[in-house]
Ligand binder design. Structure first.
Ligand code: NAD
Length: 247
C-alpha cells in the first residue's frame, strides 16, 4: 500500500520502519513547512498523521479535502474533533483517530474495563491512575490515560468524573484521581490501581519503545483504507479482537 507520512518526527520515523517491514511503500514525508495537497501526497492511498496538537486539525482537514483516507495518532487536540469529523464526512473519506495504536494497550484497556466492572462486587475498594512519559510530550494527561480514566468512571461504581492529581482541596470520593510524571525517554507507562482496605490490585502496561504504536498504526491504516466515515479505536479493535464485545 502507498502511504504518506504527515509529521516526520519520532513516531513518523517509527511508522516508516514498521510500514517498510510490512512491504508498504512510503510515497511522501510531510513535516512542518510542507503543504498538504494532492500533488504533495504523490498518489498515497492512505496517510498516517503523527504531528503536534496545534497542527493536527488543519492537517486532517487538508487530507480529507485531498481525498485520502487517514489514521491520526496525534494527541491533545480533542476540542477540534467536531470540525474535523464534519470535513471528513463532507469529503467522503475515512478517518480513524486514536490516542494509542498499540495492540498491547487495546488488550490492556479491555482488562481494565473488566476489572473496573468486577470491582463493584468487592466492598470498599477505591481506584486511581498513574501515567509516565518522556519529557518531550506536550500534552497531559496522555490521551491513553484519558481513555482509561473515562472507562473507569463509566464502570467503577460510585465514580462520576476524573481529575488530574493532586486534588485542589479535600479529595472527593466520586472522583478518580490521575497522576502524571514526565522524565527522560519513558515510552509510555500506564497503571490502574485498585486499592482495597487490605490489599491492592495493580494493572500495568509499559511500552518498551515506539514500535508497538507504529505497528498498530500501520495495521489500522490498512483497515481504514476504503472505509469512508469517522471511525473510533473501538471500531477497529472490535474487528481485531473479534471475540470481545467491549469497549
Ligand atoms: P515529535 O515531536 O517527535 O514529532 C512531531 C513532528 O511533527 C515533528 O517532526 C514536527 O516538526 C512535526 N510537525 C510540526 N508541525 C507540523 C505540521 N503543521 N504538519 C506536519 N508536521 C508537523 O513527536 P512524536 O513523538 O512523533 O509524537 C507525535 C504525536 O503522536 C504526539 O501528539 C504524541 O502524543 C502522539 N503519539 C501517539 C501515539 C499513538 O499510538 N496514538 C503514540 C506515540 C505518540
Amino acid at each position: 500500500m502507498r502511504i504518506a507520512l504527515v509529521g516526520y518526527g519520532r513516531m513518523g520515523r517509527a511508522v516508516e520502519e514498521a510500514a517498510r517491514a510490512r512491504g508498504d511503500e512510503i510515497v511522501a514525508r510531510l513535516d512542518r513547512e510542507d503543504r498538504i495537497d494532492a500533488a504533495a501526497l504523490a498518489g498515497a492511498e492512505v496517510a498516517i498523521e503523527f504531528s503536534v496538537p496545534s497542527s493536527a486539525p488543519l492537517n486532517l482537514r487538508r487530507l480529507a479535502e485531498a481525498g485520502v483516507d487517514t489514521v491520526s495518532g496525534t494527541t491533545g487536540w480533542d476540542p477540534a474533533q467536531g470540525e474535523v469529523d464534519a470535513a471528513v464526512r463532507a469529503a467522503g473519506t475515512g478517518l480513524l483517530v486514536a490516542a494509542n495504536f498499540s495492540l498491547g494497550v487495546g488488550f490492556f484497556h479491555r482488562i481494565v474495563r473488566e476489572a473496573a466492572r468486577l470491582a463493584a462486587g468487592v466492598p470498599d475498594y477505591d481506584v486511581h491512575l498513574y501515567e509516565a512519559h518522556h519529557r518531550h510530550k506536550l500534552d497531559h494527561p496522555s490521551g491513553t490515560a484519558r481513555m482509561l480514566a473515562d472507562s473507569v468512571v463509566e464502570l467503577f461504581a460510585g465514580k462520576d468524573r476524573w481529575e488530574e492529581s493532586p486534588p485542589a482541596g479535600r479529595p472527593e470520593r466520586e472522583v478518580v484521581y490521575l497522576s502524571v510524571a514526565r522524565a527522560g525517554e519513558i515510552a509510555g507507562t500506564h497503571v490502574v490501581s485498585f486499592e482495597g482496605p487490605n490489599d491492592r490490585v495493580e494493572l500495568r502496561h509499559e511500552a518498551r519503545d515506539r514500535g508497538g504504536f507504529a505497528v498498530g498504526a500501520v495495521e489500522a491504516a490498512h483497515w481504514v483504507r476504503g472505509r469512508p466515515g469517522v471511525h473510533t479505536l473501538g471500531d477497529w479493535l472490535r474487528d481485531r479482537f473479534t471475540d470481545s464485545p467491549s469497549p
